[in-house]
Design a protein around this ligand. Structure first.
Ligand SMILES: C[S@@+](CC[C@H](N)C(=O)[O-])C[C@H]1O[C@@H](n2cnc3c(N)ncnc32)[C@H](O)[C@@H]1O
Length: 199
């Protein structure tokens, strides 16, 4: 079996809405050394998806908006596993709609890199392996809600993101946000950190 077969298997699961099979397949994949980061940087398990749901529920939120969601695989798994409504935002619509773009697990919404949209207080704002500090700060500025979720490498991780889960720079509003919960994603080097706006 080669890399294309791995992707085709996952696409088949997605078409049949077998999200649990996607999570299980990663654990038992027959292809050794498959580069999972090609599809998704932080692979969740059910425990981590429910961790996000629990934190949303604390703030009576039923929606998550994920910025820079890529192919939307994390977001699809989160939505199907927990029942949260998940919206994924990307840039470069032309490329994502071109013949070269990767398979998409979620219907993506698009914005211009220079036009950061307003994000409603009725949603949590999520960044999974986001890599642009100034856009992150602009999104936070344009967000009227109270819950920011940051997913990325912990202190021992060998990958780089901005924001990082444990020392994000919120910019002007840096002092307005407090880390209220965090969890490691199974045995990986990745963490989910939950920030709440100070009242
Ligand atoms: C490292 S990838 C992470 C993709 C996915 N979240 C994952 O974990 O595999 C960062 C993504 O952020 C997107 N991105 C960069 N700037 C953005 C912006 N201002 N608004 C929305 N998405 C952006 C990029 O197109 C890219 O797909």
């Amino acid at each position: 079996m080669d890399d294309d077969n791995v992707l085709n298997t996952l696409i088949e699961f997605h078409k049949n809405n077998q999200w649990k099979n996607i999570l299980n397949y990663k654990k038992n994949c027959p292809v050794i050394n498959f580069d999972w980061a090609k599809l998704l940087w932080a692979w969740p398990d059910e425990t981590s998806l429910y961790f996000i749901k629990r934190n949303c529920r604390k703030f009576k939120l039923k929606c998550v908006t994920s910025i820079g969601c890529g192919s939307g695989l994390f977001e699809y798994l989160l939505q199907q596993c927990t029942g949260l409504t998940v919206k994924g935002i990307e840039i470069d619509q032309k490329w994502w709609e071109s013949l070269y773009s990767p398979y998409q697990f979620l219907n993506l919404s698009f914005t211009d890199i220079d036009v950061i949209p307003k994000i409603s207080h009725e949603t949590a704002l999520m960044f999974c392996y986001f890599n642009d500090k100034s856009s992150f700060q602009e999104y936070v500025k344009n967000y009227s809600g109270n819950l920011v979720i940051i997913i990325g490498p912990g202190k021992d991780g060998d990958t780089v993101t901005n924001p990082t889960p444990f020392s994000p720079d919120f910019g002007e509003t840096n002092t307005s946000w407090t880390l209220i919960d965090s969890q490691q994603i199974s045995e990986s080097k990745d963490f989910i950190a939950i920030y709440n706006r100070n009242s």
